[in-house]
Design a binder for this molecule. Structure first.
Ligand SMILES: O=C[C@H](O)COP(=O)(O)O
Length: 249
C-alpha cells in the first residue's frame, strides 16, 4: 500500500510573511494519515523546518546541485538542503528543464545526490502541448523517466510527479482518462525496470492546476498517489482542502 503524498511547491513565491500560511497548515495537521510536504524557496527552508517541527508537514527544496560542494555560485547542494532541515527535494521540474536547460542525465545525477544526502527525490516529468498534439506523450514520458531515474531509485527514496507542462498554472487539466493513461504507463515502465516490489512501491503524483474543486476526482484516478501542487499550495486553506480530499480518497 503506497502512502499518499500531498506536496506543495511554492516556486519563487514567499518571503518571511508566507510562514504564516505554513503555521496555519502545521496547526491544522499536527498529525495526518497522508504525507504532507511543502517546498518553499530556499531562503525559507530553515525557518520553515523550524516552524513545521512536531507537525505532519515535511519541508523540501525545489532543486539541488549534483555535486556535494564546490565552485558553483548560486547553487545549493542536497547536503545543504538536508542541513537546513529538508527531507525532500524536487528534481527536474519542467521550469528547471525549460528555464535552465536541465537534461534528464543531469536530473539523474541530481537524484543520486539527493539519495546520498538522505533526501527523497521528487522527480518530475511531463510533456509540452505540441508533444501531446503529435501523439507522442507516452514515448516522451517513457524516455524522460528512463533517463531521469538512477538505477538505484527505490520506493523509499523516489517519488515521480507527472506534470503536463501545458497544465501548469493554466487552469487547464488533462481528462481523467489522460491522467490515468500516463500514470498507468509510468507504473508499467517502473515495474518493467525495477521489478514488482520497487515498481509498485514508487509513488506517482499528478501536478498541473490541481485545486480544491478538482482534487477529489484526480485522487480517484488510477495510479494517482497524490499531487504536486503549485498555486493552490500558497494558501493554507486551499492546500488543506486538497489534503483533506487526499485523506478521503
Ligand atoms: O510544481 C507544481 C506544478 O508545477 C503545478 O503548478 P500549478 O498547481 O500552479 O499548476
Amino acid at each position: 500500500m503506497r502512502q499518499k503524498l500531498a506536496a506543495g511547491n511554492w516556486k519563487m513565491n514567499g518571503t518571511a510573511d508566507a510562514l504564516s500560511e505554513l503555521n496555519e497548515l502545521t496547526q491544522g495537521y499536527p498529525e495526518a494519515s497522508v504525507d504532507i510536504l511543502i517546498c518553499p524557496p530556499a531562503t525559507l527552508i530553515d525557518r520553515a523546518s523550524e516552524a513545521a517541527a512536531g507537525s505532519a508537514v515535511a519541508i523540501g527544496g525545489q532543486d539541488c546541485h549534483a555535486n556535494v560542494t564546490g565552485a558553483h555560485t548560486g547553487d545549493i547542494s542536497a547536503e545543504m538542503l538536508r542541513d537546513a532541515g529538508a527531507n525532500y527535494v524536487i528534481i527536474g521540474h519542467s521550469e528547471r528543464r525549460d528555464d535552465h536547460g536541465e537534461t534528464s542525465e543531469l536530473i539523474a545525477a541530481k537524484a543520486t545526490a539527493a539519495y546520498n544526502a538522505g533526501l527523497i527525490a521528487v522527480v518530475c516529468c511531463g510533456e509540452h502541448l505540441s508533444t501531446r498534439e503529435d501523439g507522442k506523450t507516452l514515448e516522451h514520458i517513457g524516455t524522460q523517466i528512463a533517463e531521469s531515474l538512477p538505477d538505484t531509485a527505490n520506493a523509499d527514496t523516489t517519488v515521480i510527479a507527472y506534470e503536463p507542462v501545458w497544465a501548469i498554472g493554466t487552469g487547464l487539466t488533462p481528462t481523467l482518462e489522460q491522467i490515468a493513461e500516463v500514470h498507468d504507463f509510468i507504473r508499467a515502465e517502473l515495474v518493467k525496470r525495477f521489478g514488482e516490489k520497487i515498481g509498485n512501491g514508487i509513488r506517482l503524483l499528478y501536478g498541473g492546476s490541481v485545486k480544491p474543486a478538482n482534487a477529489a476526482e484526480i485522487f480517484a484516478t488510477s495510479n494517482v498517489d497524490g499531487a504536486l501542487v503549485g498555486g493552490a499550495s500558497l494558501k493554507a486553506a486551499d492546500f488543506s482542502a486538497i489534503i483533506d480530499a487526499l485523506v478521503a480518497a
